[in-house]
Design a protein around this ligand. Structure first.
Ligand SMILES: [Fe+2]
Ligand SMILES: [Fe+2]
Length: 439
């Protein structure tokens, strides 16, 4: 049985929570911060922190715990204290739950889910450590060959390319455990494909209280807000509609992939996330205004087009932590190398996740239309959205982009003032209050 350590207040509601968690987990409850000792944390698989049980912000505490321990921390928060919970997530907490409605009914599912995701991540890290060893051996062999052939200069760039090629080869051979697409995202896609009804979809989403509470917050954001404040998931789905709900579920599920335990690279990951999100919004707005009538969802295609970069970065960062690339791999080199390989990598990952050929094709050719054997509307759309996001500064590095001269702009028949309108809409979403609910 897994162990859970919970810091709760002494309220009646906490008593019910205790009862429910205690049914499935070995639960230890404490009611004050002084009881949160290292020996207790050491024995636990997960920590739950109710913000109402402490009288100061929990972010510094999260930072302190995660410096020493590797485990998921779930924040419980009341609706009026969500901002503090968001800060806690930025410090590395696994997620937060808003204490609305019958949230405690499904808390055991959330706990199970959090522990298993952390275990998956741990396994991935172990695989990476094994891979690092193999890369080291490979490099050693390379050095021996160089000496024998009296090759005196080996550019740094080709060393890093060799390492990334090796990562790709390892993935093809099945030696790296690629992270799986969150179950809820797969199930949602299945339900939409067989045109399931509203009830089935809300039943599915209710199983993940973190997703449900974020969807409620999004539906109450300035952009979607109605006359009354939504309090239930059904009201939220009713206001957003099924397609928009699916898009935000994809965003929330994907967001968790853009985190790194390597603090040095948090900013790069954040920039990549901004790029993915802005590209998703841009794809959706262009699709809507040009009525492209795509088979696949434009938003999700935009969101996932650079997924190869994300995964390569995660692997490379872990290798860098162990000193493998010290003094060899700088950020500019790394980003250049990702630029060359991420398409291939992303396409194979999307296929593995069960996405259609079109998704894989978009991942493969969105940076280079001339290499594609057939240029589809989907490919043109994401090519354009990718450039538009870059031109707005939503990217890992700044680049000059002449959006009006792009081939996709011409082939899609996009002109001013539409281009500026799309930019304005994207900016509205990227800078609006919705984003804070999607951390
Ligand atoms: Fe790209
Ligand atoms: Fe991109």
């Amino acid at each position: 049985m897994k162990s859970v350590l919970a810091l709760l207040d002494g309220s009646e509601e906490s008593g019910r929570l205790k009862e429910i968690i205690g049914k499935d987990f070995d639960l230890t409850v404490i009611t004050s911060l002084d009881k949160l000792q290292n020996d207790l944390i050491l024995k636990t698989d997960m920590i739950i922190l109710d913000q109402d049980a402490v009288d100061k912000p929990v972010s510094p505490l999260i930072k302190k715990i995660l410096k020493k321990f590797y485990l998921p921390i779930l924040i419980l928060t009341s609706y009026d204290n969500v901002t503090a919970a968001i800060f806690a997530v930025r410090e590395g907490a696994y997620n937060y739950l808003i204490k609305v409605g019958d949230y405690y009914q499904t808390i055991n599912l959330v706990i199970n889910d959090s522990i298993s995701k952390f275990t998956e991540q741990l396994q991935m890290n172990q695989t990476i450590i094994a891979l690092k060893k193999r890369v080291g051996e490979l490099e050693e062999q390379l050095n021996v060959t160089e000496k024998k052939d009296e090759i005196t200069t080996q550019p740094v760039e080709s060393t890093s390319n060799a390492i990334i090629e090796d990562i790709i080869a390892s993935i093809k051979r099945g030696e790296i455990n690629l992270p799986s697409l969150p179950r809820i995202s797969i199930k949602f896609r299945e339900l939409l494909n067989r045109e399931a009804d509203f009830l089935e979809i809300s039943d599915l989403l209710k199983q993940d209280i973190a997703i449900s509470s974020k969807l409620i917050s999004v539906s109450n954001s300035a952009y979607y807000r109605g006359i009354a404040q939504n309090k239930t998931l059904e009201q939220a789905i009713g206001r957003l509609g099924l397609n928009v709900t699916k898009q935000y579920v994809d965003v929330i599920c994907n967001r968790s992939l853009y985190t790194t335990s390597n603090k040095k690279y948090v900013r790069v990951m954040e920039k990549l996330w901004e790029h993915a999100l802005s590209c998703a919004f841009a794809s959706q707005f262009v699709d809507q205004s040009r009525r492209l009538d795509l088979v696949d969802d434009a938003f999700t295609m935009g969101l996932l087009h650079d997924i190869g970069k994300l995964l390569l970065l995660q692997i490379v960062f872990e290798m860098e932590i162990s000193g493998k690339f010290r003094d060899k791999l700088n950020m500019v080199e790394l980003i250049d190398t990702l630029g060359v390989y991420h398409g291939k990598f992303g396409a194979s990952l999307l296929k593995r996740w069960g996405f259609s050929e079109e998704f894989a094709k978009v991942a493969l050719y969105h940076d280079n239309l001339s290499e594609a054997d057939y240029i589809s509307k989907e490919l043109l759309l994401v090519h354009f959205a990718n450039l538009l996001a870059k031109s707005m500064g939503y990217d890992m590095q700044y680049s000059e982009v002449d959006i009006e001269a792009a081939e996709s702009t011409r082939l899609l028949g996009l002109k001013e003032p539409l281009i500026s309108e799309v930019k304005e809409k994207v900016k509205g979403f990227m800078e609006g209050d919705i984003r804070q609910y999607l951390v």
